[in-house]
Design a protein around this ligand. Structure first.
Ligand code: CA
Length: 755
């Protein structure tokens, strides 16, 4: 009996085991049928070797390093193929990772790319080969965060959309710092034209100034295929400080639609660069009076710009609130087509500084706008009387029923009415008139407004890296040898290093600065900094320096040429840096020839370099030589230079050599403010090739006021591109050659002398 029981039990057990095994096999089988958790690239490749409609692939949480994923398959509308993640935010692709997909009805969601860069030309690609494209695919809730090639001018796209009927929505793309469009809709084959792609509810985060062409956030098409229809719809996206270059969006196709997008403090414009029949409606541009913020730029035929809201935009020329360009007669595809049959109507402009008409007019761009309407727009300005600039024959633009606030002056009477306008801010943050006598003027809210809330993803933090000096702790450092270097090495971003007033700090090693750092004296008496290597501070990628109340002495340096107090990284820097110097003395950089104060390298870019209340004495080289981009393709090294209340005495090289070469018009800078500076015996060393004391080449805006040049080489100004502004006031030149300008042209041709 007992035996039988045992036998029965063991049979039952056996059946149980068999069942368990059977289910295990089933589960395994279903794993193979692609609904389990995938934990490695190998598993991914195996699982996706044969993809069927309805397959769902889920990546396991963790860091996926150097994962180049490729997914090909044809789903159906009812049974899409899904690639997702175990937990949103739990899967990060790092190192050299990328993903490409092709086929039909694929949904990709939840991937995060950070801490690395794409090994190929795109991070997320809607194709797996030139022929294998996506149709009816969707990429949603993905994040690309500072995923930058360390080589600043190694170009890549973060997202390349190919094929038709695709959707790219609710993604968060932030911090693109290397060259190349953030999101490109490609139209390079027939299969990608008339594509009906939809780009919606994405959050495009901060894109810092690139200092070159190729910093667009969104581009549709290229000049080559710009006469084909894209039929791409771009709606309800939020653009947050997309400042890469002056095209926030570069449309290069016909029949694209941009609507209900918000542009927050973006330096640049939505540009209809090539192609016709574009519709730009119900968009919101908030400049908050930030420099270079713009609206919409019209080029080409049958363009419609209606019912948009623009407020606080300060940009001029190509980044005005509304820019209507001149074209090139019989323009080649890559130049500027004439504006014909276009329209800007029912737009509202509140406190916008510049409306640019026939912009870009020159000997090449001589074709003025034709048969174009500017109707029913509202212009309100609190302080600015005249916001219109007319660069050429305006007779091809008809103005009708535009209303100006009472204090404003139109450039012509025809088509403009003045009215008292009482504005009130509504629940959406828009300043709109309470009522108007003239009917149907300006914009009205239609549809959804893109906000930080209804765009991007809600599960990924929007932290951002901005250079914030003085946000950390105070570190007190004793005088001595290498005490400063040790303190810098253990410091954190934003820290303040305080040196003892009057103390002596000697560095026998160069100090690498890898984050924003302030170094200053704890009292009035300036500490003295001496160094023995070829440089004292090296600003490496991510580093920025704020120095105040210090003395720098060059006397202990090696007796070799080319020493420098501060230099940038010798390698490419993807992160822009800042260098602020205030109330310092710099003496005796003269142990050998070509000893400079700041030395920069190619492929580095400063947001700003500011020197104030500082004296320089006995320097054999240059103070600021910002001229290392010599390819003359519009790339330059610094956006803003400020020299205020400084003295420069016995300087062998230049005080400032600021260079932007070539004729490219994609960027804003450099911008120079030089006030209350005294130059005595500057620029006369035989190694100073420019034979000048200050050499400005291609500088877009320069203001030189209350400066004295004594016994020095001349000020040289060479301006070729854009409409550069050079203002001078109250400058003296004693025993100094007169200003040298382009090809010896008379200085009054290019300099505005103010009283
Ligand atoms: Ca561009």
């Amino acid at each position: 009996m007992k035996d039988l029981k045992m036998k029965l039990t063991s049979i039952t057990k056996g059946i149980g085991i068999l069942f368990t095994l059977f289910f295990c096999v089933l589960i395994l089988k279903s794993c193979q049928n692609n609904s389990g958790l995938i934990a490695s690239v190998e598993e991914f490749n195996k699982a996706t070797a044969d993809v069927k409609p309805g397959d769902k692939f889920i990546l396991a949480n963790g860091i996926w390093k150097n994962a180049e994923l490729k997914l090909k398959g044809d789903g159906t509308p009812d049974q899409p193929i899904i690639l997702s993640v175990e937990t949103k935010g739990g899967v990060t692709l790092e190192g050299q990772s990328s993903i490409s997909i092709s086929g039909k009805h694929i949904v990709l969601e939840g991937l995060v790319f950070k801490n690395g860069y794409t090994p190929s030309s795109e991070v997320i690609s809607f194709r797996t080969s030139k022929k294998d494209l996506c149709n009816n695919c969707r990429v949603t809730e993905c994040v690309i965060d500072n995923y930058n090639n360390p080589e600043r001018f190694e170009s890549d796209y973060w997202v390349g959309i190919y094929g038709k009927d695709n959707r790219f929505d609710h993604n968060y793309l932030t911090g693109k710092r290397n060259q190349g469009v953030t999101l490109a809709v490609r139209m390079n084959t027939e299969a990608s034209r008339e594509n009906n792609n939809r780009i919606d509810h994405n959050y495009f985060g901060h894109r810092p100034v690139l200092g070159s062409n190729g910093g667009e956030t969104l581009r549709i098409g290229t000049s080559h295929y710009s006469m084909s229809n894209s039929n791409t719809l771009v709606e309800v996206n939020y653009f947050d400080r997309c400042n890469g270059e002056h095209e926030i969006i570069s449309n290069k196709a016909c029949q694209s639609v941009f609507r209900n997008n918000t542009f927050f403090e973006c330096q640049g414009t939505l540009t209809m660069r090539h192609g016709n029949e574009t519709l730009v409606e119900n968009n919101y541009f908030f400049g908050n009076r930030k420099a270079n913020t713009g609206g919409v730029r019209i080029i080409n035929e049958t363009q419609t710009v209606m019912n948009n809201y623009c407020e606080g935009l300060t940009g001029y020329r190509f980044r005005g609130a509304l820019v209507i360009m001149n074209g090139v007669p019989n323009s080649p595809l890559n130049r500027y087509f004439q504006v014909i049959d276009s329209e800007a109507s029912n737009n509202t402009f509140i406190d916008c500084d510049h409306i640019q008409l026939c912009a870009g007019s020159d000997s090449e761009r001589s074709a003025t706008p034709q048969n174009t309407k500017v109707f029913n727009n509202l212009f309100y300005s609190k302080n600015k009387k005249n916001v219109f600039t007319v660069y050429d024959d305006i007779s091809g633009i008809e103005f009708k029923n535009n209303v100006l606030s009472e204090n404003m002056e139109p450039f012509q009477k025809n088509g403009f009415l003045k009215e008292y306008i009482d504005l009130v801010r509504n629940e959406n943050g828009l300043l709109l008139p309470k009522s108007l006598e003239t009917k149907d003027i300006g914009m009205t809210v239609v549809g959804e407004i893109a906000t930080p809330k209804n765009t991007g993803v809600n599960w990924y933090p929007r932290n951002e890296e901005t250079i914030v000096f003085n946000s950390g702790k105070i570190i007190k450092v004793e005088p001595g040898v290498n005490t400063l270097g040790k303190a810098v090495n253990t410091s954190k971003a934003g820290d303040i290093i305080e040196l003892q007033a009057g103390g002596q700090y000697i560095s026998s090693k160069a100090i690498d600065v890898t984050h924003p750092l302030t170094i200053k004296a704890d009292g009035k008496n300036k500490p003295v900094m001496k160094f023995r290597r070829t440089s004292l501070f090296n600003i490496e990628n991510g580093g920025s320096l704020n120095l105040s109340n210090l003395t720098f002495e060059g006397e202990e340096c090696d007796d070799k040429p080319n020493n420098t107090v501060i230099r940038t990284s010798r390698y490419s820097m993807s992160r822009n840096y800042k260098l602020l110097i205030d109330n310092c003395d710099v003496n005796n950089l003269d142990v050998n020839h070509s000893f400079s104060f700041l030395k920069i390298y190619k492929n580095t870019f400063a947001d700003s370099i500011s020197i104030t209340n500082t004296s320089f004495n006995n320097v054999t080289g240059h103070i600021l030589s910002l001229d290392k981009e010599t390819d003359d393709i519009g790339i330059y090294n610094v956006e803003n230079v400020v020299l205020n209340n400084c003295s420069f005495k016995d300087i062998g090289g230049t005080v400032l050599n600021l260079h932007r070469g070539g004729r490219d018009e994609s960027t804003f800078g450099p911008i120079l403010e030089m006030n209350k500076c005294r130059l005595i015996n500057v620029g006369k060393d035989k190694r100073n090739k420019s034979r000048s004391s200050v050499n400005l080449h291609g500088v877009q805006y320069a203001e030189i006021m209350d400066c004295d040049f004594g016994n020095s080489r001349p000020l040289k100004i060479h301006l070729v591109v854009g409409e550069p502004v050079t203002k001078m006031k109250n400058c003296k030149f004693e025993k100094t050659e007169k200003i040298v300008t382009n090809d010896g042209s008379y200085d009054k041709d290019i300099i505005q002398y103010l009283n």
